[in-house]
Design a protein around this ligand. Sequence first.
Ligand SMILES: *Cc1c(COP(=O)(O)O)cnc(C)c1O
Length: 391
Amino acid sequence: MNTQEIIDIEDKYFINTFNRVPVVLDYGEGMKVWDIEGNEYLDFLAGIAVNCLGHNHPALVKAIQEQAEKLIHISNIYYNEPATVYAKKLIDATSFDRMFFANSGAEANEGAIKLALKYSGKSEVLFCGGSFHGRTFLTLSVTDHPEYSAPYVKNLPRGFKSVPFGDLDVIKETITDETAAIIIEPVQGEGGVNVLDKEFYKGLEKLCKDNDVLLIVDEVQSGFGRCGSLFAHELYDIKPDIMTVAKGIGGGFPMAAFLATEEVSSGFVPGDHGTTFAGSPLAGAVANAVFDTIKSENLVENSRLMGEYLLSKLNDLANKYDFIKGVRGAGLLVGLELDFEGGDIVGKMFEKGFLINCTAGNVLRFAPPLIVKEEEIDALVEALDEIFAEI
Ligand SMILES: *Cc1c(COP(=O)(O)O)cnc(C)c1O
């Protein structure tokens, strides 16, 4: 089938939820992907911060192939070794004591919120302005995108209150005896790549402790080296009660998890939560391969260094063009804020062979695979410069 045939069939048969770029991607390797017509693209989006090892990394491909030949899925009624080995590895690398496998970011957040409510016996959860935590009913209730939740307002669960991202005073005033938890992204992704400082997160940690409120960090986008440390909350030197992860965990294989302290984990007993697919031997094998490769290839360090490099290059552009309102980020989650809608720039970058996207209307987002090198960043910035020069 050619590109137009595929687009026509999709438009007819898929429920109409995505505004897609009119391209059919076919294969990939490292930083590059190719469409079915043979055009090449440098991928600075990585499936929205998912393909942390780049495309078709041999270690990931091998793990999938070998485990698929052995055992793909059983049930959580039984034990399996790859998932168990991975759980120990992940826990050893963090400040948490226990974990639960899930399938997607929203599901991990859903489970984390259920755990916080069950453990505390309270009924309220706070969330931040600009937040994105998913599209299920529970996660929509803590997501500050009214356009996603408006049609269901009457059906959404109650007990969720929005507080401004970064305003400790308002958060303090909003906490009541019924506040179970606050859920927050250590670096906001969908909200426009918004970064707060260590002082805020330290203050939030203390506020939570003093008021018996659980701190849930949503590291679905910011985790696994994305922000220049294994997990972004480590940048602020805080110890949350619960953490959720997804996007980068499987390098493209769909999986997720939430982690909690021993104390908070005790809120769940058998029967309180579950999943059919998650934590399969295949998911375990994949996660092990991704985690080991992040370590062996020093990708957390590369994310930090290349993130700094990208930020400095984009700052040069910001000095050159008045319409750039700001450049910000952590590691390889970087945003460039324009004073106009960014959709056209994304389209023009696509024509030049670069995959990027735009979030919060006017923030160009760059979230390349963690393997990105200086020369690829140079090429990206040069292409942006050419487009900006014509404005
Ligand atoms: C993408 C994202 C989610 C939702 O993940 P899904 O896998 O799409 O359900 C939740 N939180 C954050 C911070 C995200 O970036």
